[in-house]
Write a protein that binds this ligand. Structure first.
Ligand code: SF4
Length: 177
């Protein structure tokens, strides 16, 4: 499979896993339309950036005409909703969920759990297991490898495997990209 197809397959899996975890955690997850607590201006790998552009164009949209609010925490927010929700990157698809991640603060790697502070506010204690957490390290590794293959396949050597692109650059005119 080419890197874009692999990216889309990963994204589909993440959507399914997010839906499963949201159901598993029930009332402890209060994420809903209008809540924008996790929304900030993100950077993304080229594979995400070009997939988002391609999908928007496929749907007849002109990405460079997407309004971008420089005063908002994420410029794609409009009245509490995401203007590019359907195309949003993978990180936005994991907002609010309890995630398992490696913390390297203090020079020692430690597994930690993190989630949006608006969730899990009821009486605890909350027990998390491998089956009720999203392993963000595994996800990021998979995404990194897919992106690495995409970058290696590009004739234009403008990007390397750690390149990040500001998501807001989808609003640039084609000749500026
Ligand atoms: S792209 Fe959409 S979902 Fe992601 S941070 Fe911005 S407004 Fe939120």
């Amino acid at each position: 499979m080419n890197p874009i197809a692999r990216y889309l397959e990963l994204r589909e899996r993440i959507d399914a896993e997010s839906a499963r975890l949201t159901a598993v955690h029930g009332d402890n997850i209060v994420c809903r339309p209008g809540c924008t607590g996790c929304c900030v201006n993100f950077t993304v790998f080229p594979v995400e950036f070009f997939t988002i552009l391609r999908e928007m164009e496929r749907d007849g949209l002109k990405p460079h005409e997407t309004p971008f609010d420089t005063a908002a925490t994420c410029g794609f927010l409009h009245e509490g909703l995401c203007r590019i929700y359907r195309y949003r990157p993978i990180i936005c698809r994991t907002h609010g969920l309890p995630i398992l991640y490696l913390d390297d603060a203090g020079g020692t790697l430690k597994w930690e759990v993190s989630f949006c502070e608006l969730n899990f506010t009821g009486p605890g204690p909350f027990e998390f297991t491998d089956d009720t957490l999203l392993d963000i390290e595994a996800l990021n590794t998979e995404l990194y490898l897919i992106n690495r293959d995409l970058v290696a396949s590009l004739h234009d050597k403008k990007y390397h495997e750690n390149s990040r692109i500001e998501l807001k650059d989808i609003c640039q005119k084609p000749e500026e990209k």
